[in-house]
Design a protein around this ligand. Sequence first.
Ligand code: ADP
Ligand code: MG
Length: 323
Amino acid sequence: MAEFDLIEIIKQLTRQNRPDVRIGIGDDAAVVCVPPDCELVICSDTLVSGVHFPVNTDPADIGWKSLAVNLSDLAAMGATPAWATLAMTLPVADSGFVERFAKGFAELAAAWEVDLVGGDTTRGPLSITVTAHGFVPAGQAIQRSGATVGDAVYVTGTLGDAAAGLRILQSASALGAESGAHERFVVTRLNRPQARIGAGTALRELASACIDISDGLLADLGHVASSSAVGIEIGEDCLPQSTALAECFDAETRTGLQMWGGDDYELAFTIAEANVEVMREAMERQGCRVSRIGRVIDEPGVHVLDHNGRRRPTTSKGWDHFK
Ligand code: ADP
Ligand code: MG
């Protein structure tokens, strides 16, 4: 199968009809129209086989996830997604792989009307880079640097599920037919993350800072704290957990997965108390669960309080293996 045929498969399977795409796949470069009074928001993320997904992952899941991780970055900025490009490195010109990949990619792309407008196809160890483009009304992108002492800290959804899914995949070579609904739930959270686009755009004029949780809650809150030159204190007991997580792991493991586990692609944000009520109503309309997990303080760093309100030393032995 020639490179051109692979590109044709991708083109056919991902076609959208956005009126703002003047020139899509097929020329030397794509040409798109940015709406007036908007700013372009651009992000790029690479998934490497064996590093960002297990080698035996279904290509459709790889396709979905390669777009999802980028839409999540747009969501964290409060952006509305519009276009994507795809740089694909494949060990062999495998049309079956490309078809399944494109179907998974297209499923998520269609849900948010994201048009794949170009890319590159090369031979080499399996690696996928997607670049996503979206827009925000000028000046309204949510940054990591806006957190202010006294703000509340919130997260969307539940934490630790994707890391739990990875644990389960690593402990069993494949999910057998006998695996339960909880196991399947957390593995789906790993393979098919949902970018919080609706929540992100709703937070544009409400949140003071926002980040998507890709590297783990504590690591990502650390980025908000350092960018904003503040500290963050969170309560271990406040972290939202799914029923599936509660059923699959003991309390100590669970808390570790919630704190350090990556790949959840939920949003963590800071917000002035004055905006909390409006935010809660907006999230309820979206059907998006939000949980208050802590507050912004002036002491630098991210600090965890145990159920007695005492600071938990996050480098203590029981925690090291999550790092
Ligand atoms: P060029 O040699 O000019 O870079 P290519 O032959 O690499 O062009 O690509 C031809 C067209 O197909 C271009 O529009 C390019 O953006 C698109 N394309 C190539 N690979 C992909 C891909 N993996 N996904 C989407 N579009 C692609
Ligand atoms: Mg060219």
